[in-house]
Design a protein around this ligand. Structure first.
Ligand code: COI
Length: 373
């Protein structure tokens, strides 16, 4: 079936008729915008929400009742399946305002594709990527004033899907809701990170859900992360579940290291999220002439590189985290201190280039940016 948005219907809110290959989105605009309440110079991450959100419900094998409405609370049954057995997935992506005032999205179709990959792993329905893109365009058209001007800020977009059957048997839900809201955000991490190598708890075993962006992956990581935080670290550096020997990813991001002149990062697979920022950094780094290696990295190799003064840079990469410097790695009772962040030429160059692409200051030779105007 081909989906496209035929027409945006403004209020009154009536159930739309759905033709065989055409979907309509109803739009109910907010009466009074809340934007005046926002201090755009001081935006906490993930606590300020723009005026509108997109909602679609899945029932009887199809996505129905597509609407954009004022952001607000939703009502659910206490027996809603997602609350019990974790059929819930999400994505995170960002929109930027460039110097011409144009709103640009970074690789949105890749995020929608990954949402569907997660959906398949979690036994949930996929949702047409073109439909999500059209919905996002409408959402951003309505809330374009919420896209921050400042270069350290952006509009974070959170699409997510969850099981809505009112039933407590363990089985895939028959009904789902897909929601997409947006929030202006500043930096996720405001200081360089101290990370601790996790050698006991496990984020994702082979054959598990580690490469999906499902809520449970994050929920299960909270307790080990809390233990590390009690020891003074910000985040964990996860190791493989089988041997706790090889580095996987960090709490909210993929990780990369500069060892000598090489940029190395663990390969993705079923235990590591296929980060879109990760992929972008690797492509960008290669294009800048940096020698990139995707391969397993043992924690012993990191310790040895550190002790030989070859561990020159370490950073996390993610949509929320952007490029987050790691200043210290705790392992086995030792704290490996990395070179001061101002000396890190490689990640600085990559971060500057990525920012320049996002804000339209250099040619977007990878075709990553999508105009929302
Ligand atoms: C993102 O980077 O967008 C993420 O989804 C990480 C999130 C857990 C904050």
């Amino acid at each position: 079936m081909v989906f496209r948005i035929l027409r945006i219907i403004e209020t009154p809110l009536t159930r739309t008729e759905m033709e065989s290959d055409i979907m309509e989105i109803r739009v109910e605009k907010i009466g009074q915008s809340r934007i005046q309440e926002v201090d755009f110079d001081n935006i906490p991450f993930g606590r300020v929400f723009a005026d509108h959100c997109f909602i679609a419900d899945y029932d009887n094998g199809e996505w129905t009742d597509l609407r954009i409405q004022p952001y607000g609370k939703m009502m659910f049954s206490p027996a809603m399946l997602a609350l019990h057995y974790g059929q819930t997935i999400f994505e995170g992506m960002k929109a930027y305002r460039n110097d011409n005032g144009e709103v640009m999205m970074f690789r949105p179709m890749d995020n929608f594709a990954r949402l569907n990959k997660s959906a398949e792993r979690m036994c949930m329905p996929t949702i047409p990527e073109s439909l999500m893109m059209d919905a996002l365009k409408e959402l951003i058209k309505l809330d374009k004033d919420w896209v921050p001007q400042r270069k350290d800020s952006s509009l974070y977009i959170r699409p997510f899907m969850f099981a809505t059957d009112e039933f407590i048997g363990v089985k895939p839900s028959e009904k789902y809701r897909c929601v997409m809201f947006t929030c202006p955000v500043g930096p996720y991490y405001s200081t360089p990170l101290k990370v601790m190598v996790e050698s006991h708890y496990t984020r994702a075993p082979k054959g598990g859900t580690g490469s999906a962006k499902n809520g449970g992956n994050y929920g299960g990581a909270l307790y080990p992360a809390k233990l590390a935080q009690e020891k003074g670290y910000h985040q964990l550096l996860w190791t493989d579940a089988a041997e706790h020997k090889y580095i996987e990813e960090s709490g909210t991001m993929n990780v990369m290291f500069q060892i000598g002149e090489k940029l190395v990062t663990p390969p993705t697979g079923d235990t590591i999220l296929e980060g879109i920022t990760r992929d972008s950094v690797l492509k960008l780094a290669s294009s800048l002439g940096i020698n990139v290696e995707e391969r397993r990295i043992s924690i012993d190799e990191i310790v040895e590189a550190h002790d030989n003064n070859l561990l020159l840079d370490a950073f996390g990469v993610g949509t929320a985290a952007t490029i987050a410097q790691i200043e210290l790695i705790g392992y086995n009772g030792r704290d490996l201190v990395l070179p001061p962040t101002q000396e890190r030429k490689m990640s600085k160059l990559i971060a500057e280039q990525l920012t320049a692409i996002r804000y339209g200051e250099v040619e977007d030779k990878f075709d990553w940016m999508v105009s929302m105007n």
